[in-house]
Design a protein. Structure first.
Length: 430
């Protein structure tokens, strides 16, 4: 319980640092540095000789994960081409599911120190891959490093005419933004937070991450074994049930990479919410009936079915869409700050949900907890239904016009084509 809470607190610290690091050091160096504390945490865990070392290792891991939580959607969005952005952002969900599956397999098959070393080795691979990749073109453009921006952009996008046009638009748009910056940093922040194209996306991301956490996204991995023991009434081995959950989550995460890129973001999100709410409430009802003796002994395992459907639903829509929206909804000018603020909210909710989960399981049981989670997901879904615009296929200009409360059809504005595209392409993948 304490290690899980410390992880949440350390996440907050990492996310506080992330916006400044992303803005000053760049995306590449921030991602490189984020692997170091996490790698050190796994190494310390493997060599731990007491509870203090365990707590320190979890703190290091949480700090690195906090930086990664803010840096990942920013980096992926700036690396990827617009038509592939949804699929690439959905790989965050895929990585989340794959990591839990691999970690649980290591934990099941290996001695815990060996499992820690095996998990830490993944960060070595991550550090190598990040080092071999160039800095993102939008960041280089924002710093006025034109030649390096061109080189990085060509590395990712090639030399075809459409890409060349997008590159010129990116460079010109950043010259325009740089030229309009005046006043102190504090004045700039005050002006930023009053802009609807900043505070409205931030509000949406706060609700997104409340939904993300209240759906049990981090509680289920933390308490899979005791939760599934209760759900299956001991009819399924705990380790087997844990792997069942991991396999369903992994397969669904793979599916979500294709679904998010093909369907509208709202469609995928509310489909996931609907499946999750229905399956959570059904599982809760079956658990209540079983506890009251209304279900025969040979069918005591039946709550496992809606529970696995719930894992499918939340992994399909609630897991990938917040990360996809986080990479799309903020303009480049506010992306580091916006990702940091929304990521901090994610960490705070992580701490709150993980901290209250054991108390909830003890006081109202798994059935009551499922019922609370289902109702909470439904409430968050209703708020997002009215707040969240569709971003798939929309330009940054159209999204900003939506948040400003004005009608913005790029094809009908009086702006010169180049000026329209400047608004559209402040970030190449935005």
């Amino acid at each position: 319980m304490i290690p899980a809470s410390i992880l949440g607190l350390a996440l907050i610290l990492g996310i506080v640092v992330a916006p400044f690091s992303l803005q000053k050091l760049g995306r590449k160096l921030t991602n490189q540095l984020s692997t170091l504390p996490t790698l050190g945490g796994w190494a310390l865990l493997a060599a731990a000789r007491g509870p203090t070392a365990l707590l320190i290792s979890r703190s290091l891991q949480g700090f690195g994960m906090g930086i990664q939580a803010a840096a990942a959607p920013v980096s992926i969005a700036e690396y990827s081409a617009p038509k592939h952005r949804g699929a690439f952002l959905a790989t965050i969900a895929f990585s989340f599911a794959t990591g839990m599956l691999i970690a649980h397999v290591f934990g099941t098959l290996l001695y815990w120190r060996s499992a820690a070393l095996a998990c830490g080795s993944v960060y070595v691979l991550s550090l190598i891959l990040v080092t071999l990749s160039p800095e993102t073109p939008p960041f280089l453009a924002s710093k006025g490093l034109t030649d390096q921006c061109r080189k990085s952009f060509h590395w990712f996008r090639g030399y075809d005419p459409s890409s060349e046009k997008e590159l010129e638009i990116l460079l010109n748009s950043q010259k325009k933004i740089t030229g309009t910056r005046r006043g102190s940093r504090w004045q700039a922040y005050r002006k930023t937070v009053r802009k609807p194209e900043f505070y409205k996306p931030t509000l949406i991301m706060m609700f997104m991450f409340i939904l993300f956490q209240i759906s049990g996204m981090t509680v289920v991995p933390s308490y899979t074994v005791p939760m599934m023991e209760e759900v299956s009434a001991g009819t399924i081995d705990a380790n087997v049930s844990m792997l069942m959950v991991d396999v369903v989550r992994f397969v669904t995460a793979v599916l979500s990479c294709f679904v998010v890129n093909k369907l509208n973001r709202r469609t995928v999100l509310f489909l996931g919410i609907s499946i999750s709410v229905a399956s959570l409430l059904l599982a809760s009802l079956l658990l209540f009936l079983r506890d009251d003796g209304c279900i025969p002994d040979e069918y005591k395992w039946t709550p496992v079915v809606p529970t696995l459907v719930y894992i499918f639903g939340k992994t399909l829509g609630i897991l990938p869409i917040p990360w996809a929206i986080a990479g799309e909804i903020f303009p480049l000018e506010f992306r580091s700050l916006g990702s940091g603020i929304s990521g901090m909210f994610l960490s705070i909710m992580f701490f709150v949900v993980v901290k209250t989960a054991p108390f909830s399981f003890e006081q109202i049981g798994v059935s009551g907890t499922f019922c609370v989670y289902g109702a909470s997901v439904a409430i968050c879904g209703m708020f997002l239904y009215f707040l969240l615009p569709e971003t798939k296929g929309k330009t940054l200009y159209e999204i900003e016009c939506h948040f400003k409360g004005i009608k913005g059809d790029i094809g009908q504005t009086e702006l010169h084509e180049g000026e329209k595209m400047l608004e559209l392409k402040k970030v190449e993948c935005g």
